[in-house]
Design a protein. Structure first.
Length: 421
């Protein structure tokens, strides 16, 4: 600003004009700074909102380059921010690029569809929403929202299969007993009277009885899956449950080397001991079957060599979770569709019913825990299947559970093994 003199000439008029211009510039500068401050506040608020939502959010410019990525999108896609920002969506997620093409061709600003995306080698189910937006300057862009609905889809399938299993168990179980009794009666009554081809008659009746028993076993698994009892929560020593389950499997599979890594003191968790014991038994059986498959494959390829089946059962914990892991050196788990192995009737074993892991999954869900399927630790083959319980253990003496039967036989058997307890 310049000083004004009280006179009426061109210099004075110029000074007045200059001061007005300066004042206008100052006002415009203040307005611009206030607008920038508001934009910064809105940007920080938007970033806070995007960081807090569970859905993944991607922003695209008119060229389909990614310019916005929130933390959930990084986690869901298992990609760091640097691998997404300024990248073409066609190169990063071609499946979503096809959805964008659909939105463009249909001239719609909102498209929603469920897509299967391969994340870290596993197929995941996503609900994808594409929303178009138009700026005041005519620029066009998209906002993509990703929701992982894999667990929801799995739960829906499990519920549907449970209803199917209930119906199958009811319809099949009734005629099984009379079929078996009739075959056994035929064998007892006519085995001595038949003179020709008696061995064929006996072989046929034995086959009927054996197959009926196999079907009965499957029906029992159907019933177990369809009518899973409500857990009765009590204080249970998870170490004790592990020892009991391992003892039974060691008797059934004496050629497998079982090793335990447990705590010296009792680890008490609130659970249904019968159901958790069933879950542990299913995991140990699966591990044994995986080892048998690998042994058969090695035999077909020229011999087992010095291969010995091993199953390691370990207990560890942190501030939040108590974890029980079962690691075997068997044939391992397939990378693709691994997340579907916990769904009913999904199995990698030729003679499996596909209900073992589904039952374990249901048991862990009812206990507020989680079942995870992973590869064995680096440097070894096989699988690592873990049960994760919410941390709620107590020391011995704090338990309110009633006295249990004497387990001296189990304790003796465990101590004689190579286990580290």
């Amino acid at each position: 600003r310049v000083l004004l003199e009280d006179r009426d000439d061109e210099v004075s008029n110029l000074s007045h004009t200059f001061n007005r211009m300066t004042e206008q510039i100052q006002n415009q500068r203040d307005d611009l700074m206030e607008a920038n401050e508001q934009l910064d506040q809105r940007r920080m608020f938007t970033e806070a909102v995007l960081a807090g939502v569970s859905a993944g959010v991607l922003g695209l410019d008119g060229d389909r380059r990614i310019n916005i990525v929130n933390r959930s999108a990084e986690d869901l896609l298992a990609l760091p921010r640097t691998d997404l920002i300024d990248k073409l969506i066609d190169d990063v997620l071609p499946e979503i690029a096809q959805l964008l093409e659909q939105a463009t061709l249909s001239q719609r600003d909102f498209v929603q569809e469920q897509l299967d995306l391969t994340i870290d080698g596993q197929i995941r189910h996503f609900n994808v929403q594409v929303t178009g937006h138009h700026g005041q300057g005519g620029e066009h862009g998209y906002v993509i929202t990703l929701d992982d609905i894999s667990k929801l889809v799995s739960a829906q399938r499990t519920a549907a299969w449970a209803d199917v299993a209930r119906r199958i168990a009811h319809e099949i179980k009734n005629p099984l007993t009379p079929i078996q009794l009739s075959a056994e009666r035929l064998r007892r009554k006519y085995s001595q009277e038949i003179k020709s081809d008696r061995h064929i008659f006996e072989q046929c009746t034995d086959t009927i009885v054996r197959q009926v028993k196999d079907i009965g076993r499957m029906v029992d698994e159907f019933s177990s899956f369809a009518r899973m009892p409500t857990p009765i929560m009590r204080d249970e020593d998870i170490c004790d449950l592990i020892k009991r389950s391992v003892f039974a499997q060691r008797v059934a599979n004496p050629d497998i080397d079982y090793q335990l890594s447990l705590t010296d003191e009792a680890m008490i968790v609130q659970c249904d001991g019968h159901l958790i014991g069933q879950a542990l038994t299913n995991l140990l059986k699966n591990a044994g079957q995986a080892i048998a498959i690998k042994e058969d494959k090695l035999g077909q390829d020229g011999g087992r060599g010095d291969f010995t089946g091993k199953i390691d059962v370990a207990l560890n914990f942190d501030d939040r979770l108590l974890n029980v892991s079962v690691v075997d050196n068997g044939c391992g788990l397939p990378k693709e569709h691994r997340n579907k192995l916990t769904e009913p009737y999904m199995t990698t074993h030729a003679k499996g019913t596909g209900l073992g892991l589904a039952i374990v999954q249901k048991i862990m869900e009812d206990h507020g825990g989680e079942l995870t399927l992973e590869d064995a630790p680096e440097g070894s083959s096989g699988a690592c299947v873990s049960l994760h319980f919410p941390r709620d253990q107590k020391r011995k003496g704090e338990s309110n559970r009633p006295p249990r039967e004497d387990v001296s036989e189990t304790s003796t058997s465990i101590s004689e093994s190579k286990a580290v307890v």
